[in-house]
Design a protein around this ligand. Structure first.
Ligand SMILES: Nc1ncnc2c1ncn2[C@@H]1O[C@H](COP(=O)(O)OP(=O)(O)OP(=O)(O)O)[C@@H](O)[C@H]1O
Ligand SMILES: [Mg+2]
Length: 417
């Protein structure tokens, strides 16, 4: 701890919707730092909070997150009557709202003029271009005809990546091999007009991107007062077909120090390009065949997919604590305190249906969690909603951690009918 700034109960952070994958890590880090945690959310969403979240909250600001002006007014009033010293989010769709609120309250936050670029992939592409961040060439379309025109021009080549302007979890993302697959891919990407559970309106335009081959990584960057502090690089494994669904993550990334540094630098530039000034960014990067990092996307939020837990298990760095420190104007702690390794693998079903059973075996050094219960519907494994569960393995080396996690997943019995 670097100063007298950690006195228990001294400050509070308002999280605009803590009900995301990073929510538990944020709540746990807040407790560790002695920061009170408040939530801003819609009343009907709040009614569905799980007990662990309700227990962890010091208060709730009820509002309508889809109504920006009303939400800003409600949250401003709420914060002014409490000692709120920071604003945080778990979802990238809410990052512009957080930036606007922080600005209103005079709290450390991100650049509200650029904040849209951290949620909208069309604005993001423009911000990357303006800042010279390496990213795939792209085109924006609203119709299937426009998509065929762009594809026929040969400007982006094949395969072509088709994705929604505003969405996450790989929803609606396809890698299309040729013109035949384009109609379905554009329809899949353009079908999102609102994001649940808050009914946030979405830009339903479609982005076509040049396909970047190569291995994939994520690199998070915590930014304090405009200064980026790189966090550990994580290797990301995905399926390789039409749908690119994450199959797992591991840390350390198994790269030489120079490449790690190059990925971290590129991720930091991406974070600054979309206006992160006091906060965190989760950046996805591919290493193109020449070895140069290319940014696939960045989000002004903590990572999902239990990456917070993975990184802390491997390095001792708490991304959630670093984020809370940054949004409350304190220097984040990003130096690794542990030299271990961790690997996470998802249990993915082969097809959609009703889950009959899932049995994940126990193995030393691992723990697991089931996401979908027997009797519930398992969606097609086309995006992150199709995960039945996950396994996290810890070991001294990343190869061993990956082997352990893969073994447990291989021994898992899952039946979908
Ligand atoms: N231009 C591209 N070239 C190569 N692969 C890509 C490209 N764009 C996306 N992908 C693959 O598809 C995945 C999902 O795309 P993207 O990250 O843009 O969507 P998302 O819905 O925000 O994903 P998530 O929230 O799961 O990270 C990427 O992690 C990557 O594996
Ligand atoms: Mg992504």
């Amino acid at each position: 701890m670097d100063s007298s700034d950690d006195e228990p109960g001294a400050t509070g952070v308002l999280v605009i919707e803590p009900m995301g994958n990073a929510g538990p890590f944020l709540a746990e880090a807040a407790a560790r730092l002695g920061i009170r945690l408040y939530a801003a959310t819609d009343e009907r969403v709040h009614a569905g909070y799980e007990p662990w979240l309700t227990r962890r909250l010091d208060g709730v600001c009820p509002t309508e997150l889809a109504d920006t002006e009303r939400a800003l007014d409600d949250m401003e009033k709420f914060c002014r009557t409490r000692r709120i010293t920071g604003v945080a989010v778990c979802w990238e769709l809410l990052t512009p709202l957080a930036a606007l609120l922080a600005e209103r309250l005079g709290l450390p936050g991100n650049d509200p003029w650029l904040a849209r670029a951290a949620r909208n992939k069309i604005a993001m592409a423009a911000a990357f271009r303006a800042a010279g961040v390496p990213a795939p060439a792209e085109a924006v379309v609203s119709t299937v005809e426009q998509a065929h025109q762009v594809a026929a021009s040969g400007r982006l080549g094949w395969p072509l990546v088709v994705k929604p302007a505003e969405q996450g979890g790989s929803w609606g993302v396809s890698v299309v091999a040729g013109p035949d697959g384009l109609d379905a891919a554009v329809a899949a990407a353009g079908r999102f007009t609102r994001a649940e559970p808050h009914g946030l309106p979405l830009d339903s335009r479609v982005l076509l991107q040049r396909y970047v081959p190569g291995e994939e990584f994520s690199a998070d960057t915590v930014v304090h007062d405009g200064v980026p502090h790189p966090l550990p690089v994580v290797r990301k494994d995905t399926t390789v077909g039409r749908y690119r669904v994450e199959t797992g993550h591991s840390c350390p990334a198994g790269l030489d120090a120079r490449t790690v540094r190059a990925i971290q630098d590129t991720a930091a530039r991406a974070a600054l390009a979309v206006g992160i000034r006091n906060g965190i960014a989760h950046t996805e990067v591919k290493l193109a065949p020449g070895g140069e990092p290319v940014v696939i996307e960045t989000g002004a939020r903590l990572p999902g997919d239990n990456i917070c837990e993975l990184v802390e298990a491997a390095t001792g760095v708490s991304e959630a604590a670093a984020y809370l420190r940054a949004v409350t104007g304190r220097v984040p702690h990003t130096e690794p305190t542990r030299d271990a390794a961790a690997a996470l693998r998802f249990v993915l079903p082969e097809r959609a249906g009703v889950l009959e059973y899932v049995v994940i075996p126990e193995a030393p050094g691992t723990h697991s969690r089931i996401h979908i219960r027997p009797g519930e519907r398992v969606p097609e494994p086309a995006d992150s909603s199709g995960r039945v569960g996950h396994v996290l393995a810890r070991a001294a080396s990343v190869d061993e951690a990956r082997r352990l996690a893969a073994q447990v997943v291989a021994d898992t019995r899952v039946k979908v009918s």
